[in-house]
Design a protein. Structure first.
Ligand SMILES: [Zn+2]
Length: 156
């Protein structure tokens, strides 16, 4: 069995946690896991790390992103049309979440690689992945709040 097969299996395992995989990919992965101890062990290890996250009440980024997008949309709908600047900020917040989702498998693998190079425990680099997702949203929200605060204080 060559390294490319394991690489593909690991990509699919990461992808499966973040988005859905096709039936064909699912079948391929199941077949690979059935005969590959290394990938099965990796999958189990990742699963237990993620369970530990859930036990710590940290929700998976996917749920967080969905809820935030909903909030951004609701917020955008109630904005008056005369305030395009604010809408623009919310749009940026939404786009940053979408980009975060799109780059998710890549980010996951990047952190996994870096964690392996530095010899970090899985929980540490996985916390890094979570932060990667949270930070753009926090920055965007902070900007909006700051803008709101500034306007309130200027008009008074
Ligand atoms: Zn394998």
């Amino acid at each position: 069995m060559n390294g490319k097969l394991h690489e593909r299996a690991q990509q699919l395992m990461a992808k499966r946690r973040i988005e859905s995989v096709s039936d064909e990919e699912q079948v391929w992965l199941a077949a690979h896991l059935a005969e590959c101890e290394a990938c099965t062990a990796l999958d189990a290890q990742t699963q237990s790390a993620l369970s530990a996250f859930r036990a710590m009440n940290i929700e998976l980024p996917r749920n967080l992103a969905e809820r935030t997008q909903l909030r951004v949309r609701l917020r955008a709908e109630e904005l008056p049309a005369r305030n395009p600047g604010r809408f623009f900020l919310w749009a940026i917040a939404g786009v940053s979440w979408l980009l975060g989702l799109a780059s998710a498998p890549l980010v996951w693998r990047g952190f996994e690689w870096a964690g392996g190079q530095l010899g970090l425990p899985r929980i540490v680099w996985q916390a890094g992945v979570v932060l990667w997702w949270l930070v753009p949203g926090i920055v965007a929200t902070g900007t909006i709040l700051l803008q709101k605060w500034a306007r309130t204080n200027v008009t008074e």
